[in-house]
Ligand binder design. Structure first.
Ligand code: BG6
Length: 471
């Protein structure tokens, strides 16, 4: 393990910040993601949020009110010994529509105070610039990332935050789980499909614009502060063939490539041949200029951030059950147990995934999400005995340390997801909890909002204090 290994935790504005109308913040994608059965079709871009019924609740608008509690929450992170904290900025807090000539000073000041509070405790800020987040105005006016205009809006936002936080933020991540665009296009990138459109063509064009934006942001960040590091990020999880049947093996390779596609461009600087062939086969023309190609080539990522929750599995014989596991379709792997939400639990898959990414890219990896979503019960002593979460984290940290110490994978840090309970991205629920800090709030937003240390809080504090040596 690196001596300066960055132990910490991760959250994102869209799922915990709240304060959706505070200080002139503009509407963002997350503000129109509903609770309940309409959430999935809206996230997939096949249902228009403007057709949602009166009285719909939007849980992201209030989150867990990190906006109002951040000093208290950061104090708890410091008590756990965090060396870093990964969080995201809400773009529309800084540019309410994405198109203002001047940024919203109140929004910038909020993040400045927030970052100063982290630095006061010696916690390194890791900032995700765009975590499933976009001013809604850019969705309505331009159709979001399908338009090149959004690249300019993103870069204006980047320039403002890179300059303002030049001396305070050393690690930036351009887009959270950039490959999520292929699975949940509206949640991931504000893409809603129009009748008659070829969804795959729209997604690949939007992806191209995000990739160019990411490369240009990397360039800009380095110009403004040559010491900062800029990462790309993948929703990772190796895809296993269900059997040694060659068709299964081939299919698993195709599925891996769906995710690698993005990082191949961001880490290696060019579209892989398999992508060009796929576009040809699908009759898709992506508008990629020679200038774009030069930009992609010249501005690759400094590190590769990843989330890992589970491995995936494919079978091509049409038999067997499907498994849960993010939004990635997967066959049920008979060797693994699953979480209460049906997500497979596979610590060895974590080691496999880390090795696969490092073999392919040979760039430092940063694990910026990992964790177990589970129902927690508050005991009469007002704590949570979350041994299941400790087991999950312990086995995954062990696997990560094996990857580092036995396999030589260069890993910069580890920030488990939702270190404080927050709203689930895919389900909109509070009851799917990942935190080491319990938040007294239910699925309907009711509760005191009180923060309570779980058993895992004390366990993780010891892990950090011992640099992972006493698992
Ligand atoms: C990742 C996202 O996909 O998974 C997070 O980056 C998300 O935003 C996390 O919360 C866990 O997913 P969920 O649906 O359980 O919240």
């Amino acid at each position: 393990m690196r001596k300066d290994f960055l132990w910490g935790g991760a959250t994102a504005a869209n799922q915990c910040e709240g304060g959706w109308q505070a200080d002139g913040r503009g509407m963002a994608i997350v503000d129109v993601l509903p609770q309940g059965e309409n959430r999935l079709p809206v996230m997939q871009g096949v249902m228009d949020y403007r057709t949602l019924p009166e009285g719909t609740r939007y849980p992201g608008r209030d989150g867990i009110d990190l906006y109002g509690h951040y000093k208290q929450d950061i104090a708890l992170f410091a008590e756990m010994g965090f060396r870093c904290y990964r969080f995201s900025f809400s773009w529309s807090r800084i540019f309410p529509t994405g198109e203002e000539a001047q940024p919203n000073e109140a929004g910038l000041k909020f993040y400045e105070d927030f970052i100063d509070e982290l630095l006061r405790y010696g916690i390194e800020p890791i900032v995700t610039i765009c975590h499933f987040d976009l001013p809604l105005h850019l969705v309505e006016k331009y159709g979001s990332w399908r338009s090149r205009a959004v690249i300019d809006a993103y870069l204006r936002y980047c320039e403002v935050i890179f300059r303002r936080f030049r001396n305070k933020v050393r690690y930036w991540i351009t887009f959270n789980e950039i490959n999520m665009l292929m699975h949940l296009p509206f949640m991931g990138a504000g893409i809603r499909f129009e009748a008659g459109e070829n969804p795959l063509a729209v997604k690949y064009q939007a992806a191209h614009h995000e990739l160019v934006a990411s490369a240009l942001a990397t360039k800009l960040a380095h110009e403004i502060n040559p010491d900062c590091q800029v990462g790309c990020m993948i929703a990772a999880g190796s895809v296993y063939p269900y059997s040694c049947r060659p068709e299964d093996v081939w299919e698993s390779m195709q599925k891996d490539r769906e995710a690698y596609f993005f990082i191949d461009v961001q880490a290696r600087g060019a579209y892989p041949n398999y992508a060009k062939k796929l576009w040809e086969r699908e009759g898709i023309t992506v508008d990629v200029t020679e200038e774009d190609e030069r930009i992609l080539k010249a501005n690759t990522a400094d590190f590769i951030a990843l989330s890992y929750y589970n491995s995936r599995c494919v079978r091509t014989d049409g038999q067997g059950e499907a498994s849960g596991g993010n939004v990635f379709a997967s066959a049920k792997n008979p060797y693994l147990t699953c979480s209460q939400w049906g997500w497979p639990i596979d610590p060895m898959g974590f080691r496999i995934t880390l090795n696969a990414l490092y073999d392919r890219y040979e760039k430092p990896l940063f694990v910026v999400e990992n964790g177990l979503g589970a129902v927690d019960v508050l005991t009469p002593e007002r704590t949570v005995e979350d041994d299941y979460r400790i087991d999950y984290l312990r086995t995954h940290i062990q696997a990560m340390m094996q990857a580092a110490d036995e396999d030589g994978v260069d890993i910069m840090g580890y920030t488990p997801w939702g270190c404080i309970d927050l709203v689930s991205a895919t389900t909109g629920e509070m009851s799917k909890r990942y935190g080491m800090i319990y938040v007294d709030q239910d699925n309907d937003g009711h509760g005191t909002g009180e923060r309570i240390r779980k058993k895992s809080f004390y366990w993780y504090r010891d892990v950090i204090a011992n640099n992972g040596e006493n698992l």
